[in-house]
Each structure stands twice: as C-alpha cells, then as structure tokens.
Design a binder for this molecule. Structure first.
Ligand code: NAD
Length: 290
C-alpha cells in the first residue's frame, strides 16, 4: 500500500519503520527534523498525503490533530482512509471523522496501548472506531504494527474505549499504591502483601503485572528506579481526557476526578514529572494522614 505517516515521534517513528519493513511504500512528515530507515520524508504534511491509499497520524493531542486534518483532507483522494492513532478527546475524533466524511475520505480513530516497547516490537493493541469498510482497509496495517485490533463501534468509539480503560488503570494504580503504603505502616511485609492480594479479590493488572513495589512481583519500572514505562504525565493526559469526556457526556465519575486531581498534584507540584505512574507508591510512603 501507499502510506502517508504524519507525526514521527516516540511512537510514530517505530510504527512507520515497521510498515516500511513489511514492504509498504511509506512517506513521512514531522515538523521536527526526522530521518528513518526505509521511510521517504516529505517537506510538508500536504505533500506527504498526496496519492496515498492510507494516511496515519500519531500526534500529541486533539487540537493538533484537528489542524493537521484540516491541512491534509483536501489533498487526499476520495476513498482513501485516514487512521488517527493518537490519543485525543472523543469530540476531536468525531469532528475529524465528520470533516473526513465531507471530503469523501474514510476515517478510523485507532488509539493504541502497549507504549514505545509495543510500537517497536509491533505488538500494540489498537482500539478502533469508524465504519466497517474503513476498519477493513486499515486492519492489515494494524496486523503489522500490533498484535490485536478491536473494532469498538462508530467514530470516537476507539478513543472512548482507550480513556475508559486508562481511567480504570489510573484509579487502580492509586488504590494499589495507597494499600501498599498502608500495609507498610501496619508492619506488613510487602512480599506477603503481594502473595495475598495477587491471589485474592484485590488482584489487578497494577498489582499482578506491574507491581509498584520494587523487588516484588514481576519486573516493572519500580525495579528500574521508576523510569517510565508509562510516564505520570501521560497518565495525567489520559485522566484529563476521561474527565473532559465525562463533562461532555454528563457522566458521574468521582474516582476518575479524584485520580486526575492526584496525578495533577504529583506531576505539577511534586516530583512526578518524568517518573513512571507507579511512582505514586514512594509518594504515599513519604506522606502522613492529611
Ligand atoms: P511524541 O511527542 O514523541 O511525538 C509526537 C510527534 O508529533 C513529534 O515528533 C512532533 O514533532 C510531531 N508533531 C507535533 N505537531 C505536529 C504537526 N503539526 N505536524 C507534524 N508533526 C507534528 O509523542 P508520542 O509518545 O509518540 O505519542 C504520540 C501519541 O500517542 C500521543 O497522542 C500519546 O498520547 C499517544 N500514546 C503514547 C504512548 C507512549 O507510551 N508514548 C502510549 C500510547 C499512546
């Protein structure tokens, strides 16, 4: 396939390289000066999308996605598909879907989980929203860049699935960390705490697979000085998106709101910026009851 790829940062670059390695003809554009193995670079986004069957975007946020989409949609040919893999707000995904439709272009929102490790290894999970024919066109590319793609529904459904999942993740990480900090103060050994909880009703992905206590459970960022992994500021971004969506859908999400406030405090006023999101545990360890 002829593919345009816009946004070649930590995630986009390895994804584009994997598509080129699989034999696709990939033309890239990034506002930063980027060169990649096997990827032809263009001088502008508009140029990168000309004549392409598929255009993939991997950008920082919804405002940038809207700007880039306005620039590229007029230059895409009818029947081509725009696949946005960025994590953005549901409203931006739906607005871009509508503009694509007006331009005769198919649209899929397909945010990912799996991080930079998954992007390099081609093992991402895609959560996709959009019409069936659009998903069908993009599916073979998801197979190259990832290990799984779930078609969640109409446009915006991929972003909705992503932020609901990550709202659970943020809330659960805080719960796991505050329980470890309480266990410490009660004199309970962390390994014993893990042995019990990981096989009892308190088990979760954050406890069992990504344990925030160093030296306990499988290898995780806690065993590497809390170097991300999944940075606290990216968790904050996703929690903010969940609360923006909850506002716009009039949904009551008190724990999501509390989790956002806590990560905001951690990232903006404490030492959370640049640490893994599981560094909530040393944060709680240092604190006393408010
Ligand atoms: P990044 O900042 O490394 O990459 C974004 C790239 O977009 C940069 O290279 C930047 O120069 C480029 N860019 C910005 N504005 C542009 C424009 N107008 N035109 C062209 N290029 C432009 O970010 P990333 O870590 O690659 O994340 C990309 C997206 O993936 C984000 O939405 C993020 O939330 C999501 N995501 C990231 C991870 C992760 O672990 N990094 C995991 C899952 C999802």
């Amino acid at each position: 396939m002829k593919i345009g790829f816009i946004g070649l940062g930590n995630m986009g670059a390895p994804m584009a390289v994997n598509l080129a390695k699989a034999g696709h003809d990939v033309t890239g554009y990034d506002m930063a000066d980027v060169t990649l193995d096997g990827v032809n670079m263009s001088a502008s986004a508009a140029e990168a999308v000309k004549g392409q069957d598929v255009v993939i975007t991997m950008l920082p946020n919804g405002a940038i996605l809207r700007t880039v989409a306005a620039e590229i949609l007029p230059g895409m040919h009818a029947g081509a598909v725009l696949v946005d893999c960025s994590t953005v707000d549901v409203d931006s995904a739906r607005a871009v879907a509508e503009n694509a439709d007006k331009a005769g272009v198919l649209f899929v929102d397909a945010p990912v989980s799996g991080g930079t490790v998954g992007a390099s290894a081609g093992t991402l999970t895609f959560m996709a929203g959009g019409a069936e024919p659009a998903f069908a066109l993009a599916a073979p590319l998801f197979d190259i860049m990832g290990q799984k793609a779930v078609h969640c529904g109409e446009a915006g459904a991929g972003q909705a699935a992503k932020i609901c999942n990550n709202m659970i993740l943020g809330i659960t990480m805080i719960g796991t960390c505050e329980a470890f900090a309480l266990a410490d103060k009660l004199g309970l050994d962390r390994q014993k705490m893990f042995d019990v909880v990981s096989t009892s009703s308190g088990y979760s992905w954050t406890m069992n697979a990504y344990c925030p206590a160093p030296g306990v459970g499988p290898q995780s960022p806690a065993d590497n000085g809390y170097k991300p992994g999944f940075a606290a500021e990216l968790m904050l971004k996703d929690l903010r998106l969940s609360q923006q969506a909850a506002d716009s859908a009039d949904a009551d999400t008190p724990l999501g709101q509390a989790a956002m406030a806590l990560y905001e405090q951690f990232v903006e006023n404490e030492d959370g910026l640049g640490q893994d999101f599981s560094a909530m545990l040393p944060r709680f360890e240092k604190r006393r009851r408010a």
